[in-house]
Design a protein around this ligand. Sequence first.
Ligand SMILES: *Cc1c(COP(=O)(O)O)cnc(C)c1O
Length: 395
Amino acid sequence: MAAMTPSARPFLNRRLAEFGTTIFAEMSALALSTGAINLGQGFPDTDGPEEIREAAVRALRDGRGNQYPPGPGVPELREAVAAHQRRRYGLAYDPGTEVLVTAGATEAIAASLLALVEPGDEVIAFEPYYDSYAASIAMAGGRRVPVTLRPHEGAFRLDLDELRDAVTDRTRLLLVNTPHNPTGTVLTRAELAEIARLAVERDLLVVTDEVYEHLAFDDAEHVPLASFPGMRERTVTIGSAGKTFSFTGWKVGWVTSTPELTGAVRSAKQFLTYVASGPFQYAVAEALALPDAYFDAFRADMRAKRDVLAAGLADAGFEVFRPAGTYFVTTDIRPLGESDGFAFCRALPERAGVVAVPNAVFYDDREAGAPFVRFAFCKRTEVLEEAAKRLKAAF
Ligand SMILES: *Cc1c(COP(=O)(O)O)cnc(C)c1O
């Protein structure tokens, strides 16, 4: 995984030895020292809706959430999450027993794995994987088993046979992510149906990270895994306000599942943060109740940004995997005569005034990820245009 901070090396335990600091720290430091445009880390450079920010201010002023909120989350937010799942997907969850508010999706992922995985259990995750997955599996004492998404006809695709072959008698859990960071792949209904069939057949638990549920573009459609036959009772679904409402600093996430699974995740969660983000929980409850027009406009805006950056990268000579969802576009640098994404990204700020992330950090199989580089497009259009101009001039 990421390069290690030298000072941490003598102290970091064996479970976490391979995860020093993340690549984002190194790349963001490079962005600062060189004045480069940071398209490395996936956070928006404009805040979310003003009315939602005001809702947070109001909660703070009215003394709502300034003291420990209830362990499972404030009732208003749990009800809003349940209403959102019902309205969008027809999935019914009891806000009293089947919704748990977490400190972002990151805590939901960690708490789910800590709660559900026995030491030595195998956990299957798609590779390249979001960087907290490997560390969370390791903290839980699990063994990660990557199934690699590979380029095929312009997109990274899941090989269902490979997934089936990866399941053993020791497999406890599938960790799914759709829309998928970093590749931008959105699993199709047919692929999800196959994953569901496999989970039922092999009696697996499924944790599904759906933080980009509102960012599926064009013909791509986000379908929650929990909506397939036999899945609701074995699936922990994770959502987050950060990406959908452009408030990544608020760290409000949630889990929806059965009372038993939700209770298990809560058991782990209560010893991580116990509770978090009190006043923000009230604001996110209002955000989830925004009319469809908000979600539609947000998606259209992000799609337009994707188009600007994807066109700029193609124009500069990268091979572009046009993402069907998320904040990110993955490129292949081989048409530029390059093959080592790490070296490429370390040189890019000086060379072009732009920061990107080498996808290899999201792989166990570094070779498989070597030529791929990820750029974030959740930035103002003029920033994306300037980045495109710089890249075009540099290559
Ligand atoms: C950003 C991100 C997260 C973390 O979400 P937070 O709510 O900020 O903790 C989790 N999963 C994926 C795939 C992400 O891109």
